[in-house]
Ligand binder design. Structure first.
Ligand code: PA5
Length: 481
């Protein structure tokens, strides 16, 4: 099954697409009792050996289909075709989706197109703008709609289930507007539906209306779907080099099947598992030092939290462990969150996400030489300052006994970003195996949805409306006005 022809390796890329420096989580760096000692690392090695066997067995049985996405030629082909058409025809591509149906495209677009892509004039941009609508705030959505010329806009509605209230309401609003503005027959040209290949109302609508559609592969949940049509199609339409993105991810997947001790996905998972279980560091701060990787931090937050926040283990026993991922942005959040990480309760691991060489450089001019407070900056550049700040904070955290590790990309490119995403997805699944939980489901988000359905009057959910009303009948004593 997984033996489709591998993509050729990407040319002109550095040998290592990603490095993981974990010196600063060890007891040698942090002090005895604070960091992971030799016995912890030995325990980690044994646990990773077991996880490796478990994951290999599940992969061979076809239970981890996200691992094969980087080598799926069909989605790349279909997406390139769309991109070719969209480049000539459309000014803007709008993604309607939420959670795993939005965060991946948003993260990769943020990393791989110029940060001002959407603001550039069309000739300079060369590709459509990409707007990802992942919220239903009426003010936000109205503002997006107001800024669109529907004649030149292409909508990609993405929902695996086809039932997500947020996405479906956006879709209904857009469909109606297209119908009223351009006419029913024009909708086909402006719409791509990405959903389950067989089930769900969105699939029915796609089939009935004969709309363009792409499948969300069976067995691939939202947060593992960025390298399927969910992410690849809109990204291709915005001009992202999906060939290199997928090739980088394919290389990560090959590396993720190597023995666990030198395998970044496994070691990243293993370290965080040991820091959580043996050292009670149950918060993981993902801190990119790069504006381009900022949204990758958000994508990671969903991947880690939805995958690992589980109350029961696979055998039904209570799961005592979890590691909450939060996002910070370097250097910005050094001036807001860092105080807490340095001196607040000692329950966190910080993971820096660094870039060795930035794509652009901005020099700091050698002016104000008479001021010692400024003269050291003159003649340096912002990349050097960024790197020094990251290294300085890592050292400061280490001296304060706070575990930290660094994931570094040699540079931000389609290949390195693909490599990073696939590595982290594998790491989430490895973590699931270590904690003995299911990293692929998200039962905890269901109840809230059911109450929403009840409150919005969906058939079959009246009992949730009643349950909600029961809650209201508890006399509210603590409302301040
Ligand atoms: O990771 C997940 O599975 C979720 O975040 C989903 O992507 C999200 O709930 C949206 O679901 P759907 O694609 O079915 O609309």
């Amino acid at each position: 099954m997984p033996d489709k022809k591998p993509k050729p390796p990407v040319k002109e890329e550095p040998e290592d697409f990603l490095t993981l420096d974990y010196n600063n989580v060890t007891s040698e760096a942090l002090g005895a009792g604070k960091g992971l000692g030799p016995e912890d690392l030995a325990e980690m090695k044994a646990a990773l050996g077991t996880a490796f066997k478990d994951i290999e067995a599940r992969y061979r049985k076809g239970l981890l289909p996200f691992m094969d996405l980087p080598r799926d030629p069909d989605v790349a082909k279909a997406s390139r075709k769309l991109a070719e058409m969209g480049r000539k025809r459309f000014e803007t591509v709008v993604v309607l989706g939420i959670g795993g149906s939005a965060l991946g495209a948003s993260a990769v677009f943020n990393a791989l197109r110029p940060l001002n892509h959407n603001d550039l004039p069309p000739a300079k941009r060369g590709w459509p703008r990409l707007i990802v609508c992942d919220n239903i705030d009426p003010e936000g959505f109205a503002a997006v709609l107001e800024g669109l010329d529907l004649k030149n806009t292409f909508f990609n509605v993405i929902s695996k289930s086809g039932a997500t209230a947020e996405t479906m309401s956006q879709f209904m609003i857009v469909f109606d507007q297209l119908q009223r503005t351009l006419g029913r027959s024009a909708i086909k040209e402006h719409l791509l539906i990405t959903t389950d290949p067989e089930g769900g109302v969105l699939r029915k609508l796609a089939d009935q209306g004969d709309f363009n559609s792409l499948p969300v592969p069976p067995g691939v949940g939202g947060r593992y779907s960025v390298l399927s049509a969910v992410g690849i199609a809109p990204l291709a339409m915005a001009g992202v080099n999906i060939t290199d993105l997928l090739a980088g991810a394919a290389r990560a997947q090959e590396d993720a099947r190597k023995p666990p001790s030198g395998n970044k996905a496994y070691v990243f998972a293993g370290l965080n598992y040991m820091l959580t279980t043996a050292k009670k560091r149950n918060i993981l701060v993902m801190m990119p030092y790069s504006d381009g990787l900022s949204r990758t931090g958000e994508w990671f937050g969903q991947l880690w939290n939805e995958s690992l926040g589980k109350s029961v283990r696979l055998d039904g026993s209570p799961n005592p462990w979890s590691q909450t991922a939060v996002k910070a942005l370097g250097v910005t959040d050094q001036h807001s969150q860092l105080q807490m990480y340095m001196e607040g309760t000692d329950e966190k691991t910080i993971c820096f996400l660094g870039v060795d060489a930035f794509r652009h450089q901005v020099n700091i001019p050698s002016i104000f030489k008479d001021f010692d407070e400024l003269s050291y900056l003159g003649g340096r550049n912002l990349g050097e300052l960024m790197a020094s700040e990251r290294q300085g904070v890592a050292r400061a955290l280490t001296e304060s006994g706070r575990p930290n590790m660094t994931l570094s990309l040699p540079k931000i490119s389609a290949a390195t970003v693909g490599y990073l995403l696939q590595t982290l997805e594998v790491a989430a699944v490895v973590s699931g195996s270590l904690y003995q939980i299911n990293p692929l489901d998200q039962p905890g988000v269901e109840l809230g949805k059911q109450f929403t359905y009840g409150l919005m009057g969906r058939q079959g959910y009246a009992s949730f409306k009643d349950r909600y009303a029961k809650g209201l009948s508890v006399k509210k004593k603590f409302i301040l006005k």
